[in-house]
Write a protein that binds this ligand. Structure first.
Ligand SMILES: [Zn+2]
Length: 186
């Protein structure tokens, strides 16, 4: 795993490949935008996580938020909704040939890691790490042993901790507003 210290924050960008500054720059812009979009989704009962898929030319394909509560479906995380929408759009269950990139406001959970693996998405970029999501919100992100390495074995590039501070602030706002932290009662 490689690391990159950002000047503006204490958060280190991490990756399962040698860090490509250009990829980090593009991802920073997109993820900061996703983070800032969070309130527009949470106002409508969606979120607080947002995902977007871009094509290899840098065009937006789909942007989605969690719809677990609204649609009564525990599977409807932002990433799963984005993958479903992209696959519907392109009429395929395998996105591999399209070289798509997935950008997420926070680290994918155990379910979404599986969903990404089966989708054929080639590159994954996320903002807030799961440890911070769990600390701030109380969401359970699941157990994810060595997932960076497992993705690498399967040719999937991952970059994490991009613009995490903006996302952490939005997640704090979500909690402070008394919004729902959906998970099964144990
Ligand atoms: Zn998830």
């Amino acid at each position: 795993m490689s690391f990159l210290s950002s000047n503006s924050s204490v958060t280190k960008v991490i990756s399962n490949e040698k860090i490509d500054i250009q990829k980090v720059k593009v991802a920073s812009k997109i993820i900061a935008e996703l983070q800032r979009d969070i309130p527009s989704f949470t106002q409508n009962g969606l979120g607080p996580f947002v995902a977007a898929i871009y094509d290899e030319m840098g065009n937006l394909v789909v942007k989605t938020a969690n719809s677990v509560v609204n649609e009564h479906c525990s599977n409807n995380h932002a990433e799963m909704n984005a993958i479903k929408a992209a696959e519907e759009k392109f009429g395929t269950y395998d996105l591999s040939a399209l070289n798509l990139k997935l950008y997420i406001s926070a680290e994918p959970c155990i379910m979404c890691i599986g969903g990404i693996m089966w989708s054929g998405i080639k590159e994954v970029y996320y903002g807030v790490p799961s440890k911070s999501v769990e600390r701030i919100t109380g969401f359970d992100e699941g157990f994810k042993p060595h997932w960076f390495n497992e993705f690498k074995k399967r040719g999937i590039v991952v970059y994490g901790n991009i613009e995490a501070e903006i996302g952490e602030q939005e997640l704090s706002n979500y909690i402070n507003d008394g919004k729902k932290v959906y998970k099964p009662v144990r």
